[in-house]
Ligand binder design. Structure first.
Ligand SMILES: NC(=O)c1ccc[n+]([C@@H]2O[C@H](COP(=O)([O-])OP(=O)(O)OC[C@H]3O[C@@H](n4cnc5c(N)ncnc54)[C@H](OP(=O)(O)O)[C@@H]3O)[C@@H](O)[C@H]2O)c1
Length: 316
């Protein structure tokens, strides 16, 4: 089997590379924006690819002829998407269409498209796959448009909606957990909203879940997230407890008070029964996920040559 991963240097992209590299014998083509990759290992091929460049996408997809394309590449900063709508549409929607064009010409080629809880307005949780999307941000609109592009194409595939991703990797962007840890390390009081709720999802688990979905040839929409619905303030306190910081440094605030650039759904908690029953994957709850993450940090997981041979074989 041949698997192509876009955005492979991102948090989920790295975890997917590790999961497929370790658990399968698939030929793996990793792609992202930089000309070179830190993925230096015989299990991986790497090619620079900007998915907004249709000619490049066509050329790479038609020469590699993947059985599966997993598209993690996206503009993921929700406030930046609100500010630069054109750029977010170009990447989150047109980029997906660019992948669909050559994929359609390859017999049997399927796509796994990453999507988000932000396709929902957050007023009717918990959400299952039948729930009606109604985004309240431009990011959410762009992710929903990408879903629709895939569903209305003739390319078979799965839409994986996930949320509140956390984990560590090589030079990854800040996520909610790494932001809370950075604040706690300063030792100063700070505030976290208690009116946004969802299911934190360990990126390692999500990658493994996607691997199972690919093996089982899952098609259609899937909600894939951690099993626990929790508000951000309580989650932040839990992070402090598990990482040995003082939880009383964190106090609650509201979305209105902090005034984020884009609207967020107040409660986008998921029902994940379809995924868990079809794929038989146990996702970590916050206590277990954070413990595993703490161990990864302790081992220097994020600050060393993540994918050198010795580390690659030692990551479990
Ligand atoms: N993070 C979350 O909490 C969350 C929640 C729900 C859904 N999701 C979805 O899950 C997916 C993966 O998220 P993530 O957190 O792993 O994202 P991420 O860490 O931001 O990774 C995205 C990767 O795509 C790359 N990229 C940016 N523009 C590109 C382009 N034009 N062509 C090719 N690659 C490009 C990025 O490179 P640069 O870093 O250089 O820009 C980055 O390496 C996304 O589709 C996201 O919408 C994420």
């Amino acid at each position: 089997m041949k698997i192509m991963i876009t955005g492979a240097h991102g948090l989920l992209g790295q975890k997917l590379a590790l999961a497929f590299g370790r658990e399968t014998s698939a030929a793996l083509l990793l792609t992202d924006l930089p000309p070179r990759s830190f993925f230096v290992h015989e299990r991986f091929d790497y090619q620079q690819l900007d998915i907004t460049r249709l000619a490049d996408v066509k050329s790479l997809v038609s020469s590699f002829r993947p059985d599966v394309i997993i598209n993690t590449a996206a503009m993921t900063n929700v406030d930046a998407c609100e500010e630069d709508r054109r750029a977010s549409w170009q990447l989150n929607v047109d980029g997906v269409k660019n992948l669909l064009i050559p994929a359609r010409r390859i017999e049997g080629c399927r796509i796994v498209q990453l999507s988000s809880d932000y396709v929902f307005d957050g007023r009717h949780a918990p959400y299952d796959e039948q729930s009606r999307p109604m985004p309240v941000s431009y990011y959410g609109r762009s992710k929903l448009a990408a879903e629709n592009a895939l569903l209305s194409s003739h390319v078979p595939g799965a839409i994986v909606r996930t949320q509140v991703l956390y984990g560590t990797g090589f030079e990854t962007r800040m996520n909610f957990v790494s932001w809370v840890l950075a604040q706690l390390e300063k030792g100063l009081p700070f505030r976290v909203v208690d009116d946004q709720r969802g299911n934190p999802t360990m990126a390692d688990d999500l990658a493994f879940g996607i691997l199972r979905m690919v093996e089982k040839d899952c098609r259609g929409v899937y909600h894939v997230a951690g099993p626990e619905s929790i508000d951000r303030f309580s989650f932040a306190r839990k992070i402090a407890e598990i990482f040995g910081f003082d939880p009383s440094l964190i106090s609650p605030t509201t979305s209105n008070e902090i005034g984020q650039g884009a609207n967020r759904p107040p409660d986008s908690s998921f029902i994940t029964l379809k995924f868990t029953s079809e794929c038989d994957v146990q996702m970590s709850d916050t206590a277990r996920g954070l413990e595993r993450l703490r161990q990864q940090y302790r081992e220097g997981y994020s600050h060393t040559d993540l994918l050198s041979d010795s580390r690659f074989s030692s990551i479990k």
